[in-house]
Write a protein that binds this ligand. Structure first.
Ligand SMILES: [Zn+2]
Length: 222
């Protein structure tokens, strides 16, 4: 009854009845999926990020989706529910402008304690996928988060900037490099700007940012 052949036959039967790719890539619901492996609800809820105006302190900024609907669910699942399989989904949707000159890619770091608690950095996974697609080099050791900052979600723009300013420290190896920062969600860009400031202080030349999603201040709640 418990012999291996029987078990494997049983598993094959289960796979046939219940294939592993029946769940929507974003919400995990088991329903009829399109070729993009999304359910129709998630597909219609995805909206591309509006063109972001580049803040002073960055040399360019782009985001794939607006932080709402399925994209918001997806980022939250990637961040808090170990759904690292979603990193390729978001990386596929990020288009880097052809005129960006990038020497290396740096994911926005978590504080080491937070990374230890969460066991991974979601932005690191997105950065890895982007590097594969564009043939870029990733260098996580260029930037460290030195302060354990409180979650940005309940703070306004000014408070966010204050919360993360001086939270990052860049390595002298950043000198002379054009760097692409990668993050999962940007709202006021305060985290990206604090990273860029630290990198420039260490001698980085250009600092760009690519994000999986962009939240519109009041409309898209984190
Ligand atoms: Zn879905």
């Amino acid at each position: 009854m418990t012999s291996l052949p029987h078990d494997s036959l049983w598993n094959k039967l289960l796979d046939a009845l219940y294939p592993p790719d029946v769940a929507c890539a974003l919400c995990g619901r088991e329903t009829l999926l399109g070729e993009d492996r999304l359910c129709s609800d998630c597909r219609v809820s995805l909206s591309p990020s509006p063109v972001l105006s580049c803040p002073h302190g960055l040399d360019g900024i782009t985001a794939a989706y607006r932080y709402s609907g399925g994209a918001r669910n997806g980022v939250r699942a990637l961040k808090y529910q170990n759904q690292v399989r979603l990193a390729p989904f978001f990386a596929d949707a990020i288009t880097l402008p052809a005129d960006w000159q990038i020497d290396c890619v740096v994911p926005v770091p978590l504080h080491p304690l937070k990374q230890w608690l969460r066991s991974y950095n979601q932005s690191d996974y997105i950065a890895r996928e982007l590097c594969k697609r564009y043939g870029m080099r990733q260098q996580n050791n260029l930037l460290r988060r030195t302060r354990f900052t409180r979650s940005q979600t309940t703070l306004n723009g000014f408070e966010r900037a204050k919360n993360v300013s001086h939270a990052f420290l860049a390595s002298p190896d950043a000198r002379g490099q054009n760097i692409l920062l990668v993050d999962d969600v940007t709202t006021t860009h305060s985290t990206l700007l604090a990273c860029a400031m630290a990198l420039r202080r260490a001698g980085a030349v250009r600092v760009y940012a690519a994000c999986a999603t962009a939240a519109m201040h009041d409309a898209d709640k984190e």
